[in-house]
Design a protein around this ligand. Structure first.
Ligand code: SIN
Length: 296
């Protein structure tokens, strides 16, 4: 355990012991963050990639938004969807709800109760988000755990020959579907990745703050390596994906009520287990705006 700051409250950082993740203990979300404490959290985030704040009780949308703003501008949720106003006393455009709860026939949030495959958020835009904060407001009795993978380690442990092969390669990221896997208006179903429409990103990106190299895979579906035959693209992507999602590079967030986690979307991927659709799961989420992707 490392004590990282002493000001109004003592903050401690306890690494999970897995490939990534740490608990931050002692923060009081109802109090303003001192510059020293903020710096300590930023340092811990940079070292551990995913931070967990446990035992928070219920954070209001305002508290989550105010905290998240310390790490950058916030993205607005895409379009007003579902039945949020039935659930929130005060709606805020910076807040997304992830939930399977339906009120009057309309979902209050996104993603339902099904499994979410490994992905980094919104790599199908030119500037994928920097990171996200996710807070557990209601949880099912079991299921719905969220897993993270360390993409620095995934890159660093590749064979030298593979590092060399992918050094100047770019991959097309499918923009036709949203984070919930739903086809966006105006896009057609694609069954040949060579026809994928979306931005191209380097397979290796340089993290803008740490300066370290990490793998950038995004989503597997409809991904395509520019300039490769379909067969070679599929072979290489299958290999990179099975390498990057090995258990030794991952950590599982087993949710407890009130947990708030924040992940760095530039050097991690995540996935989520399904859960019983008849149980309720409600999460508040904010998303921190990203910067252009820089190739290695
Ligand atoms: C996601 O952002 O993929 C969802 C994470 C979760 O619901 O735990």
């Amino acid at each position: 355990m490392t004590t990282v700051s002493k000001d109004t409250v003592e903050i401690a950082v306890r690494p999970t012991g897995a490939a990534l993740g740490a608990d931050v203990v002692g923060l009081d979300f109802s109090q303003p963050l001192s510059p020293e404490t903020l710096q300590s959290i930023k340092q811990a985030w940079s070292e551990h990639l995913v931070l967990r704040f446990r035992g928070m009780g219920k954070l209001s949308p305002e508290m989550l938004i105010e905290f998240s703003r310390h790490f950058g501008d916030l993205d607005m949720r895409p379009i007003a969807t579902g039945n949020r106003s039935q659930f929130l006393e005060v709606d805020r455009p910076e807040l997304t709800i992830i939930s399977n709860v339906i009120i009057d026939g309309k979902p209050i949030g996104g993603l339902g109760s099904y499994e979410a495959d490994w992905h980094a958020d919104m790599t199908y835009v030119e500037r994928p988000p920097k990171g996200s904060c996710l807070h557990a407001v209601e949880l099912p009795p079991s299921g719905g755990d969220t897993y993270f993978s360390n993409m620095y380690m995934a890159y660093e442990t590749l064979d030298d020959a593979v590092k060399k092969e992918i050094a100047s390669l770019t991959c097309v990221h499918d923009a036709s579907r949203n984070s919930a896997g739903e086809l966006r208006r105006g896009f057609e179903e694609i069954d040949d990745p060579r026809r994928t429409i979306g931005p191209s990103h380097p397979l290796i990106r340089v993290h803008p703050e740490s300066g370290r190299k990490c793998l950038l895979l995004g989503r597997r579906r409809n991904a395509y390596i520019n300039g490769y035959t379909l067969e070679d693209s599929e072979r290489l992507l299958n290999m990179l994906w099975s390498h990057a999602t090995q258990a030794k590079f991952t950590w599982a967030q087993e949710w407890q009520l009130g947990d708030m986690i924040m992940w760095d979307n530039r050097c991690t991927m995540h996935r989520r287990d399904s859960f019983d659709p008849s149980a309720r799961r409600i999460m508040f989420r904010t998303q921190i705006s990203g910067e252009p992707v820089v190739a290695a």
